[in-house]
Design a protein. Structure first.
Length: 147
């Protein structure tokens, strides 16, 4: 006789984790034909908005640590999507710039809007705004609890 399994607890962490997992799978599915990972797309999207960015600024923008961001940039340099070059006015600084190959993927600049549209299907504009607001408050509460 099969044993009955209790339902999982009502946990925001569990809900966010499962939602993030499915969203990441959807992103992977949609970016795979372009031979891009989600972290690579995030870096490209930063560069589509700003023509040159330091790796440390990219790390801050994408929410990764500096070593992880640097490794992603290294792989993108190897693939010819981005390049590193000396800053135009500060010779000590190195910036990341788009290559022509990276710029050719600019048609994916609205990718986040496509994902949002799928995730928010059936949600009113007010519900969408509320979802962002609630998540921002939860993030702030978690950050405050860590201090």
């Amino acid at each position: 006789m099969a044993s009955k399994i209790s339902p999982p607890p009502k946990s925001i962490g569990r809900a966010l984790n499962f939602t993030t997992g499915r969203m990441n799978a959807l992103c992977h599915h949609l970016l795979d034909p372009h031979d891009l990972s989600l972290p690579q797309w995030v870096i490209l999207s930063c560069l589509w908005r700003d023509e040159e960015i330091t790796v440390s600024a990219l790390a801050d923008l994408v929410g990764n640590g500096l070593p992880a961001t640097s490794r992603i940039v290294d792989r993108m340099v190897d693939r010819g999507l981005v390049a590193r070059q000396q800053h135009k006015t500060d010779g000590r600084a190195i910036v990341v710039i788009l290559t022509e190959k990276g710029n050719e993927l600019r048609h994916l600049s609205d990718f986040h809007q496509r994902i949002n549209a799928r995730l928010f299907e059936g949600f009113s504009p007010e519900e969408q705004d509320l979802a962002f607001s609630l998540l921002a408050r939860m993030q702030a509460n978690a950050e405050n609890a860590l201090e």
